[in-house]
Design a binder for this molecule. Sequence first.
Ligand SMILES: [Zn+2]
Length: 422
Amino acid sequence: MFENLIGQPAAGLLAEDIASKRLPPSILFSGPSASGKLTCAIELARVLSCEKGGSWTCTCASCLRHKELAHPDLLIAGPKDSILEIRAAAAAFIANRTPATRYLFLRSVRKLSLRFHPSLSDRDDSKFAKALPLLADLEERLEELSPSRPLPEDGAELEKCVKGVVGIAEKLETDCLWDSMPVAQVRNAAAWSRLSPSGRTKVLVVEGADRMQESARNAFLKVLEEPPANAVFILTTSRRGAIMPTILSRVRTYAFIERDSQSVAEVVSRVFRADPAGIDNLTNFFYRFLPVQPDTITAAAALFVDLVLKQAIDSGRRPLPGLRGAVSSVLSEPDSLADLGIPQIVSMLNKCKPGIVWHLFLSSVAGFMRKALASGGADARETSIFARWTASIRKALDSVDIYNINPVSALEMLSLEMREAC
Ligand SMILES: [Zn+2]
């Protein structure tokens, strides 16, 4: 068991706890992003449901359903940036039409679509209502790729089908996914976990457990205080310190470690069938599948900061030499003369879709402030301006993520606030 969990000591601890029947009903997987926490949670669900001892190669009915992430005893909830992994898996599948890459792709999509399981959401939840037609379309397309069916002979036909699935997944993630688990979902998940399992154990995975809002956290705490007999809860987080102590006291933590370069290379070559040369961490590997390349995101951030600085000077504010220096190192002279407006900057960024592009863009804007501070070029006045800007950037992040403001309006608001703070 846990053979697919590359380079993580937590796998050995879990296997020991299962063997000695000491696995607690509530578990926290804590560690950096892309360290295999969800992979491990899904594998644990398979092992706990297996009818024949949980061996990696088991082909019992339960394991086969888990392998496709289509087991009725598994639910996944919580926020997630899945789309780059889905794109990476799609590329592996299109280039290598093997059973392993087919499963890789199907599982990557189901890791997202399971979050919209009808047992979790209320039909009057607007995000869920919006997701329903997309999910119906997605299921129909996934059916064509089901391991029980032969693949289309024609490579182009397969590629079209895979790309169709990726397109729907992207819409689901961008337009319908919750930023944190709503309290109604916690209640629904609790009700689900109290029903008898169809096999041996029900498993609920909650990703980004640190991002739960207060009402959801409290509801979840109640569930953890009286765990149902045949259910296991697995929370995941990359920020253990942000989880309520009362929740922490009810879970056993299994720590995941940052992958070393050998384990990164193994995941890239063995799982995603790609060349690991030059890849030092998995996040950078997934960035290869961004619709906008990281260099373009940095350039767009520099253009935005440049625009704010120009507007500030036009409205009579004093220059910010430290930041000007940091931005100039990225912008070439013709760029800074380009006078791009905010709509053009957003267009450069593929309209900030998928959502990860928006995050990377804003973190790149913040990166210029850090660079100015690190270079020693920013004085006390600039430093205090940066503190106010950081709060505005945080607000801009949420306004798109949580309140669905379009990125052009959010950036216009941000540029105004930044200028005012100068
Ligand atoms: Zn089995």
